[in-house]
Design a protein around this ligand. Structure first.
Ligand SMILES: NC(=O)c1ccc[n+]([C@@H]2O[C@H](COP(=O)([O-])OP(=O)(O)OC[C@H]3O[C@@H](n4cnc5c(N)ncnc54)[C@H](O)[C@@H]3O)[C@@H](O)[C@H]2O)c1
Ligand SMILES: O=C(O)CC[C@H](O)C(=O)O
Length: 333
């Protein structure tokens, strides 16, 4: 067993954290040999609920979990952490526009960026889940200048998982036999779920998903729209936003960041754009990435046709607008 690492989960009294904490604490993310000290951050009115979560974690009797630190103080929460799951933020309710969240949530990520900058390890891996996730990650990185920008990511893994599961049903194979579906852009209804480079193992043969489905208009219209609107469909059905699947996606994202991707497989992560594929620089944009030695690199050289290019432009434009609005809110804060 290695020395324990410190991992913080914010919004620890909320619904995503309720599933995520268990996944982390039992070793799904950092491995079966990695002991953990979990820092749980929430706001003062939730301190009582947080105590209940601490009791339940203890009652799980998990061997890797060496200590739990519940707190409402960011200075305690972010102290010496190696990984940060930034979940705590207001979720969208039915009838609310995603943009309504921006003004209230970005200031949380400004404050947490400042706290990470002061207290976290300089190689901390930060995953932003709270919406608007891409722009919150950008804000967080902006206010943590002593931590490399590469260490700030936002979650589009839930969209990737949704897209992969959808295609697996369509071609009638287990989900594990579908790979390399890409989510480009924002974790919002402008995202571009792209199956052009995806393959599925059908029988014993690895086939292009486009060839297997053989219905271009389906893949460019219905599929794209279903994945773009899946979060809203869950809200309409549950009257609350996705939680179990969001926690699983957060666990998948950090697990791959920590352990790497296998050869020939890529995953989607929203990262600070370096201008790849003509995407504007300095927005947090979801790209296909490969990961080695805890460092991601954007997969280069994929064919982006005119249709895909137009989709990338729409989601880039939304992110540029969000960035402008977020920076204006933060400068008044
Ligand atoms: N990126 C994605 O794929 C994805 C998927 C699902 C949900 N989300 C987003 O994740 C966020 C959390 O969702 P949820 O369902 O867990 O919400 P929730 O309301 O159940 O929990 C949020 C928790 O965050 C806490 N919180 C609020 N401000 C905080 C702060 N400053 N510091 C620490 N904690 C704070 C709240 O008190 C609450 O306990 C929402 O913004 C939601 O839209 C993102
Ligand atoms: O607010 C939304 O549109 C959806 C919430 C969440 O981000 C999801 O994708 O399930």
């Amino acid at each position: 067993m290695s020395e324990p690492i410190r991992v913080v989960v914010t919004g620890a009294a909320g619904q995503i954290a309720y599933s995520l904490l268990y996944m982390i604490a039992k070793g799904d993310v950092f491995g079966a040999d990695q002991t953990l000290i979990l820092h749980l951050l929430d706001i003062v009115p939730m301190a009582g609920v947080l105590e209940g979560v601490v009791m339940e974690l203890a009652d799980c009797a998990l061997p890797l979990l060496r200590q739990v630190v519940p707190t409402t103080d960011p200075a305690v929460a972010f102290k010496d952490v190696s990984a940060a799951f930034l979940v705590g933020a207001m979720p969208r309710k039915e009838g609310m526009e995603r943009k309504d969240l921006l003004a209230s949530n970005v200031t949380i990520f400004k404050a947490q960026g400042e706290a990470l900058d002061k207290y976290a390890k300089k190689d901390v891996k930060v995953l932003v889940v709270g919406n608007p996730a891409n722009t919150n990650a950008l804000v967080c990185s902006h206010y943590a200048p002593s931590i490399p920008r590469e260490n700030f990511t936002a979650m589009t893994r839930l969209d990737q998982n949704r897209a992969r599961a959808h295609i697996a049903v369509k071609v009638n194979v287990p989900v594990d036999d579908v790979k390399n579906v890409i989510i480009w852009g924002n974790h919002s209804a402008t995202q571009f779920p792209d199956a052009k480079h995806a393959t599925a193992k059908i029988g014993l043969v690895e086939k292009s998903v486009y060839d297997a489905i053989n219905n271009q208009s389906y893949l460019e219209e219905d599929f794209v729209s279903i994945i773009q609107k899946r979060g809203a469909a869950v809200i309409a059905a549950r009257k609350m936003s996705s939680a179990m699947s969001a926690a699983k996606a957060a666990s998948d994202h950090m697990k791959d960041w920590w352990n790497g991707t296998s050869p020939g497989n890529f995953v989607s992560m929203a990262v600070v754009s370096d201008g790849s594929y003509g995407v504007p620089k300095d927005i947090v944009f979801s790209f296909p990435v490969e990961i080695k030695n805890k460092e991601w690199t954007i997969v280069q050289g994929l064919d982006v046709d005119e249709f895909a290019r137009s989709k990338l432009e729409v989601t880039s434009q939304e992110l540029l607008e969000e960035k402008e609005e977020a920076m204006a809110v933060c400068s008044q804060d």
